[in-house]
Design a protein around this ligand. Sequence first.
Ligand code: MG
Length: 252
Amino acid sequence: MSLVKEPWEVAMMRHSGRRLAEVAAILREAVRPGVSTLELDQLAEKAIRDRGSIPSFKGYVVAGLTFHHSICASPNDRVVHGIPNATPLKDGDIVSIDVGLIYGGYHADHAFTVAVGTASKSALELIERTERSLELAIAATVPGNKVGDVGHAVQTYIEGFGYGVVKEYVGHGIGRAMHERPSVPNFGRQRQGQLIKEGMALAIEPMINLRGAATRVLNDGWTVVTEDGSLSAHFEHTIAVGPKGAEILTKL
Ligand code: MG
């Protein structure tokens, strides 16, 4: 599998990315106190299928375990891979929603964190700074830079606030498969790692904890939580590397 896509493949991924951005906009609108993550999951599946696309998370198997939903929904101290359930979200919660689809054989992957109703100042700052760290990572994703430059951009910005950068889960190449090479950690050293080239398609996804970086997995085998119970935020875009820098595919 080549790390570099043909221009026609990037063109296909624009279609996938646009559809996913539309789905995400629908989900953002729907987040409010009283809605359950299971309802958001059903809304996502319908929006994905209405766009001639397939929910890529549904039926995804890791280590013999199958994921049965179209989104991962991770409230509060949930970092990633939370399983949608019937518990209503409460005013003051934050929730990370990760969603992916396949259109025309090409994947798009996207995540965002939002406040449910009115959240605390520290929660809102965590969300805003995690999103900003993704923007900085994307700005570093230019031909001639290395993957370490991308992670370094996230890490230096985020650790300045005393937050923890999650190390166990990382971004990834994306295309005909959801997870392709190279891995894109949210930490790293400048000028280290894979060279970034025009035509690469990457899912860049900082996961940031309000306090410690450590995580653990719940007994359901999926849900990743912060070890210290602190809040966590997650933003992800699928991007394609152009001649001068990254084009965000999962943005309207
Ligand atoms: Mg991803």
